[in-house]
Design a protein around this ligand. Structure first.
Ligand code: GLU
Length: 294
């Protein structure tokens, strides 16, 4: 197997202690397997993209000693690949147009909730638009036992999600015309021959959808490892919205050692001997390999 891993930041702001943990974990896993590691800038959601953030992230990664093994991939340049995958799904009858507004979906979910049903998209437009204009395009998920997607997460253990009751038919093309994150990630990982996905546990909930979509597109399913997210003092996931401070480019070692500790890596005992990025990465890769690459 030729290991290929990736770090896929959304350029919505500078790297912070939380995104550093995902970057470091994916980088160490690739190194521990003697594999390659690429950076993908997830700017498919143009309205959320902050000008300059992608370059800032790439510069910070470089200061921290993490270099993409090939040129970074930019989702904003991959429209044709997403359109081709979408066309294949459409030809195979996997997707359908949906005319529901957010409001309508919320209302029907409220009703469903009152009846103790689940919070999945209720499939209103599965069998036709009922005279409404098409807004989004959704992937039809199976019913019954076929809707259950299970996978072994290398950190979190066995995971299982019932797509029919927990998610419902999900959007691949959004009402604003943009490709949905789920489609872009699956197409990008497949085109880059990604064998191992290492990322934050906030994406655990998206994984079953992505695996199901891989099956529809007949592309391989990578191995998954979801690392615990970093929370702020109030217990919220660290993000720009919850006040995460940008990393200090001039003090990479402190932040890296802290990120390694969050990952439970025993680099602390040799901390005094960690005086350079090289010694940090040797110690951290060895510690990671002991846990995840034996
Ligand atoms: N762009 C996503 C994020 O920054 C990560 C997607 C992924 O790793 O699959 O949260």
């Amino acid at each position: 197997m030729t290991y290929r891993g990736r770090f896929a930041p959304s350029p919505t702001g500078p790297l912070h202690a939380g995104s550093l943990v995902s970057a470091l974990a994916s980088f160490l896993d690739a190194r521990a397997h003697g594999g390659s590691w690429i950076v993908r800038i997830e700017d498919v959601d143009a309205p959320r993209t902050v000008p300059g953030a992608a370059d800032d992230i790439l510069a910070t990664l470089a200061h921290f000693g993490m270099h993409s093994d090939s040129l970074p991939v930019w989702q904003s340049e991959r429209d044709a690949a997403y359109a081709a995958a979408f066309a294949r799904l459409q030809a195979a009858g996997f997707i359908y147009p949906c005319g529901c507004t957010r409001r309508e979906i919320a209302d029907s979910l409220l009703h469903a909730h009152a009846r103790h049903a689940t919070l999945a998209y209720p499939g209103t437009c599965r069998n036709g638009l009922h005279g409404k204009p098409a807004r989004a395009w959704r992937l039809r998920v199976p019913d019954g036992a076929a809707a259950v997607v299970s996978f072994q997460d290398r950190w979190q253990g066995m995971q299982s999600q019932d797509l029919a009751t927990e998610v419902g038919d999900f959007a691949l093309k959004r009402a604003d015309g943009l490709w949905a994150y789920q489609l872009a990630v699956v197409v990008d990982d497949a085109d880059a021959n990604i064998t191992h996905v290492v990322r934050g546990a906030d994406l655990l909930d998206s994984t079953a959808r992505q695996i199901y979509l891989q099956r529809c597109l007949d592309v391989p399913t990578p191995a998954y490892l979801h690392v615990p997210v970093v929370n702020n003092d109030a217990g919220e996931k660290l993000s720009k919205q919850t006040g995460a401070a940008p990393l200090d480019r001039h003090a990479p070692l402190d932040a890296l050692v802290q990120a390694a500790r969050h990952l439970g890596l025993d680099v602390a005992s040799s901390l005094s001997s960690i005086s350079s990025l090289d010694t940090f990465y040797s110690a951290a890769t060895a510690a990671w390999a002991q846990r995840f690459a034996r």
